[in-house]
Every structure is written in C-alpha cells, then in structure tokens.
Design a protein around this ligand. Sequence first.
Ligand code: HEC
Length: 173
Amino acid sequence: MRVFGVVIVLFLLVAVVGAQAPTAYPVANLAQVMRAIYFPNANIIFDVQMRDPDAPRETTAADGTVSSTFASIYTGWQLVENAGLMLAEGAMLITMPGRLCQNGRQVPAGYEWQKYVREMAATGWEVYQAAKARDQALVAELTNDLATGCANCHSVYRDKDDRCIPDYGVTRQ
Ligand code: HEC
C-alpha cells in the first residue's frame, strides 16, 4: 500500500514537472530569425517611403496558391502596424537564452548588444504608433532610425569575418 502511495506521488510529481517544462526555447539560429522576422518586416516599413499604405494595391493574378488567394486580407496600414510590432517583439527572440548564431556561437548578450536590441524595439514601437496614426511622413522619417539601428548592430557583430563575438560590453578581466 505504502509503495503504491509512493508510486502515485512520483507519478503526480512527474505530471507536475512535465506540465511546467519550459515551452520557450530557441529553435532557429540568429540569422534565420533575421531573415524571417527582421528583414521582411523592415522592408514593409521601408516601402512606406515610396508608397502610401492606403493606396489600392495592384491586384496580382491569382495563381491558385493559398498565398495569392489571401494576399489581400491583411494589407494597408495594418501591415505596417504589424511590421512595427514584430520588430519590437523580435527583441525577445534575439535575446532568448540559448539561441545560437549561424556559426554556433551563443548570441551576444553584453551591454552594447542589449542597447542595440532596445533601440530596435523602441523604433518598432514608434513605427507601430505612427502607423496607427496613419502618418506616412512620420513612418518615412522613422526609417532613418530603422536603417541606423540595423547597421549599428551589424557593424559590431555581423559585418566581420568572425561574427557574434561579444567584443563590446563584456569585461575581460
Ligand atoms: C542587436 C543586433 C542586431 C540588430 C538590431 C539587427 N541585426 Fe541583423 N544580424 C545581427 C547579427 C549578429 C547577425 C548574424 C547572425 C548569424 O550569423 O547567425 C545578423 C544577420 C542578419 C541577416 C542575415 C545575413 C546573412 O548572413 O544571411 C539579415 C538579413 C539581417 N541581419 C537583417 C537585419 C535587419 C533588416 C535589421 C533591422 C531591421 C537587423 N538585421 C537588425 C544582429 C542584429
């Protein structure tokens, strides 16, 4: 009876621990997050410089794919709002513990890295606010911060032979 009780307790413990197992863990490498989240969403925002999101879209010939069939659902300013939100939300993705760069190094985590991440998140949020206000001129202006934000971080951590070295913001004593 006693053994049975212990077994039940163990079983319950396993169930509880199982239920609390972390569900947030990185799956993609940093370059994949950049190509899938930062790159396409930044381009949507850059487009606002040349194109009023309110302007009717040229209709593309339906080729029967799911993408073309539903291409006209989330468009216009909503697309820009969501792009800003995803750049802000991306901060969480690129600071997630355990994420690796393409070369297998841990994603940098020093002070400078955090600063660039915060700046990108802030710009994304500002783009979201400007898109909600339907302010094309302001979104166009914010693309300067956007381009600078990508470039600042890349110049330190990406655009070199050896990527993802946390050579800023990490004391080396
Ligand atoms: C906080 C730092 C940081 C910010 C901000 C950032 N990036 Fe990156 N990005 C990186 C690093 C580091 C890599 C290299 C990743 C790797 O090698 O795994 C990278 C890689 C990329 C790549 C993939 C390049 C390749 O090798 O194919 C693209 C595309 C990219 N970034 C676009 C952007 C865009 C667009 C923005 C701005 C909206 C941006 N990134 C903002 C750090 C950043």
